[in-house]
Design a protein around this ligand. Structure first.
Ligand SMILES: [Zn+2]
Length: 448
């Protein structure tokens, strides 16, 4: 079976655009020339001349437009292997419409905007030429009982266009297939009538059904707009195999996580100077900020954390990112004897500066816990949440030691006997490391 080629469709488009452009130039050019030549013309004279100019443009180029539409229609019938009577040509009389429109647009000239009026006349002529072509398609499609399809043409498509496209030649009217509507940026989707069994090059409704499903998934993943668009664009040209869909989703996840991480770090950077200054002002003989150079999480590690949290906890990427509150984080290392009183002093002074204590998690007093420290969440006066930890020199040292062991433990395969044994061994080591930390006096009072 023959196929309606993209080449035929785009040559139709460009020929139609040429005729529309010529009609525009003709009508607007004649009206401007008239206005320039006869500056004293009355409103009635201007109006009559403009109506004549638009009418002339439509009859000069409109016949050509309906002619190429009829030609395309017959080409489609041939592509479908259908015999049809010769295509009808739209010959409807639009002079009444043109007259009303020009009368309405004359306001522009009356208000002194001659150029605007000439342009409006050109636009009316162009629209009528396009309407001729569309109307020709429509009357023939109606005569032969054709249905319409929305055929995506460009590289970019949205979920809604994909849904419409997935139905093939299903729509009883061009309007139902969304003719004249652009549902997304750069929407070049084309509504065309089709004969039963007609194939359009590069247009497969079943593929669009698969894409529609994939697009819906992409919409629900909490991706950034850029990543979502890029994935849809990639899929709109590739065959939507399960593998291609998975690859597009994965690429979108990666791109989004990187973009979300960058944004989240930028947000932390905006707060960082003030917070650092405030915390530095609260250092004393018994406490200092430790590891200050690492107060900002790295973009790569944040992106990886967003991805793994989203996978582990079944969260959308944006939700996983929102739940990470240690993009900006600080640690006070305090003397063992004063840690509790240091905590209360800092808490009170930060509150005086407008900071809010959101959460205090204290495991430093628990000699059996593998992680021992005081982890708190604090909100800046702007409402930005960061992490603030309190440690003794010992608990900080154990934290770093145990962290390395934890990393080893995390990737062990505990379904094997060796893996399980190593896992238990590491757990014991961590517990014994932590149990040696001296407990600061009064630590039990440290809570929210
Ligand atoms: Zn579209």
């Amino acid at each position: 079976m023959a196929t309606l080629t993209r080449k035929l469709l785009s040559s139709y488009d460009s020929r139609l655009a040429t005729l529309e452009g010529a009609a525009y130039d003709y009508a607007s050019g004649r009206v401007s020339a008239f206005l320039a030549e006869f500056p004293k013309a009355t409103a009635e004279q201007v109006r009559e001349f403009a109506i004549g100019a638009v009418d002339a443009a439509v009859s000069a180029y409109g016949d050509g437009a309906s002619g190429i539409a009829a030609e395309l229609y017959e080409g489609m019938a041939e592509a479908a292997g259908r015999r049809v009577k010769s295509a009808l040509i739209d010959t409807s009389d639009v002079s009444g419409y043109v007259e009303r429109e020009v009368r309405y647009q004359l306001r522009k000239w009356l208000a002194g905007d001659s150029e605007g009026f000439a342009e409006a006349c050109g636009k009316k002529a162009k629209d009528q030429v396009q309407r001729r072509a569309n109307q020709t398609m429509r009357i023939n499609a109606k005569r032969d009982g054709l249905r319409y399809a929305r055929v995506p043409m460009g590289g970019e498509t949205c979920t809604f266009c994909a849904m419409l496209a997935s139905n093939g030649f299903y729509y009883k009217s061009a309007k139902m297939a969304g003719e004249g509507n652009h549902y997304h940026e750069n929407c070049r989707c084309k509504v065309i009538p089709g004969f039963d069994g007609m194939e359009v090059e590069g247009y497969d409704p079943d593929e669009w059904l698969a894409r529609w499903g994939a697009y819906q998934d992409l919409d629900g993943m909490g991706l950034t707009e850029e990543a979502r668009k890029a994935a849809k664009q990639a899929l709109s040209v590739a065959a939507p195999t399960a593998k291609a869909i998975e690859a597009a989703k994965e690429a979108a996840r990666q791109q989004s996580a990187t973009e979300i991480a960058a944004r989240s770090i930028a947000k932390a950077v905006r707060q960082e100077t003030d917070v650092t200054k405030a915390l530095q002002s609260l250092e004393s003989d018994t406490r200092h900020l430790e590891g200050l150079n690492f107060r900002l999480k790295g973009e790569g590690s944040l992106a990886r954390k967003i991805l793994s949290d989203s996978a582990d906890k079944g969260l959308r990427l944006s939700e996983a990112a929102d739940a990470i509150t240690d993009v900006l984080r600080y640690t006070y290392q305090c003397d063992t004897d004063t840690l509790a009183s240091d905590f209360f002093e800092i808490r009170e002074q930060l509150e005086d500066l407008g900071y809010d204590w959101v959460k205090v998690k204290n495991s430093l007093g628990d000699a059996t816990a593998p992680y021992r420290g005081v982890n708190t969440k604090v909100k800046t006066p702007d409402g930005y949440e960061f992490e603030l930890q309190f440690h003794t020199a010992e608990s900080l040292e154990v934290k770093e030691m145990n962290h390395r062991l934890y990393e080893e433990q995390r990737v062990l395969d505990t379904s094997t006997e060796d893996g399980k044994a190593r896992f238990d061994e590491l757990a014991d080591t961590m517990a014994s490391n932590a149990s040696g930390i001296a407990t600061p006096p009064g630590i039990e009072k440290v809570r929210l």
